[in-house]
Design a protein around this ligand. Structure first.
Ligand code: NAP
Ligand code: F7E
Length: 326
């Protein structure tokens, strides 16, 4: 039975990845932070097979201890401060967790592997936010990074540290440069889920309107369930490498609003949406679109769900969940 350790297991991707690996027969260990994290219970309810281990990405001694207990064949480092807007207000914390946390995980993995570095395979959750002020369209593995937020800067550090450990110590360390991916498990602080929840609540008469920031921003949005499969595929390759994971199509926040409101039969949403400058960022990323041809040819990966179906699925989920509270 292969063994996997997942950091960030209580997050959107961690839950999907844990389900995927349990389904493939892995023994899965998950790092959960904090003394009394309420998500521990949720995780246990959704995937009772997971072994929960306590630790924090900022505490390397906890990671070394966890590595010794889990004895993983594969390590997936998904833990991060991941909300871009929050990263300006908490830039030092973001750097500690999202940047230095990667170094801590790489070091704990290297120490655990000892002389036999090939015995552990490592996945780093890199991000399209590294491309920020995009230097070419579409963005691919070789595109020059130009991050536009403390989060993006921290991800660039983690990305290059992963490459450095691969080149310095011959570790099987790979990075997935994942473009935005969403699901009904997405936190309500991200724009897709904020919109799907609000649309469901407006339809049910529980909310009158919705305040948003930049409606012109455009993202390459895919389904999280498809993207965790790409993570696993990367670690099954004989050689470690970096891969862009994206759909190749970009949509604006306006398109997202069109699809979400039309899913509940509302064609003109202008009366429901207002602009609030507090949701504007000091520097936004205007447009991202990824070229995942390397992942498609080497990993045999491709996205299964298109953007409209994804939005419809999220709205349908939120209608059901919110409706059940009435
Ligand atoms: P998420 O839902 O925000 O989950 C983040 C996870 O990190 C949570 O489990 C959180 O634990 C954990 N975490 C935060 N601080 C920690 C710390 N100090 N020590 C240990 N764990 C900590 O993120 P996601 O959407 O699943 O994304 C997974 C990874 O992919 C992240 O690294 C993210 O930056 C990256 N990424 C995401 C996307 C995307 O579109 N979703 C795209 C590219 C890259 P709590 O539950 O306790 O808060
Ligand atoms: O914003 C605009 C906002 O917060 C998307 C993370 O998973 O993907 C995610 O980062 C766009 C931005 O995602 C609101 O200005 C307008 O242009 O959903 P988001 P993100 O910043 O793209 C990347 C790949 C990651 O790696 C990150 O971890 O939507 N927008 N109005 C808004 N965004 C939010 N959150 N809230 C609004 O009210």
């Amino acid at each position: 039975m292969p063994r996997a350790l997942i950091t960030g297991i209580t997050g959107q991707d961690g839950l999907y990845l844990a389900e995927l690996l349990v389904g493939k027969g892995y023994e899965v260990f998950g790092l959960v932070r904090g003394q009394n994290n309420p998500k521990r219970e949720l995780l246990h309810r959704i995937i009772p097979q997971v072994h929960i281990l306590t630790g924090d990405l900022t505490d390397v001694s906890s990671l070394i201890r966890v590595m010794g207990i889990a004895q993983p064949d594969e390590v997936y480092n998904l833990g991060a401060v991941s909300l871009v807007a929050y990263s300006w207000e908490n830039a030092a914390l973001t750097s500690d967790v999202t940047a230095l946390g990667v170094l801590n995980m790489l070091e704990a993995t290297r120490l655990y592997a000892g002389r036999d570095v090939s015995k552990v395979r490592f996945y780093q959750a890199s991000s399209s936010e590294m491309f920020g002020k995009a230097q070419e369209v579409p963005q691919k593995e070789t595109t020059l990074p130009w991050p536009r937020s403390p989060y993006g800067v921290a991800k660039v550090y983690g990305h290059y540290m992963t490459i450095n450990y691969r080149e310095s110590y011959a570790m099987h360390a790979s990075s997935g440069i994942l473009f935005n991916h969403e699901s009904p498990r997405r936190g309500p602080e991200f724009v897709t889920r904020k919109i799907s929840l609000a649309v469901a609540r407006i339809k049910l008469g529980l909310q009158r309107d919705l305040a948003l920031g930049n409606l012109e921003a455009s993202r390459d949005w895919g389904f999280a369930g498809d993207y965790v499969d790409a993570m696993w595929r990367m670690l099954q390759q004989p050689q470690p490498d970096d891969y862009v994971i994206a759909t190749g199509k970009s949509h604006s926040v306006r398109d997202l609003l069109d699809f979400a409101f039309s899913a509940v039969g509302i064609d003109d949403w202008s009366g429901y949406v207002k602009m609030d400058p507090k949701f504007l960022r000091p520097a936004d990323v205007e447009m991202l679109v990824g070229d995942s041809s390397k992942a498609r040819s080497v990993l045999g990966w491709k996205p299964q769900m298109d953007f409209r179906s994804l939005v419809q699925m999220m709205v349908a989920h939120d209608l059901k969940e919110q409706g059940a509270r009435l």
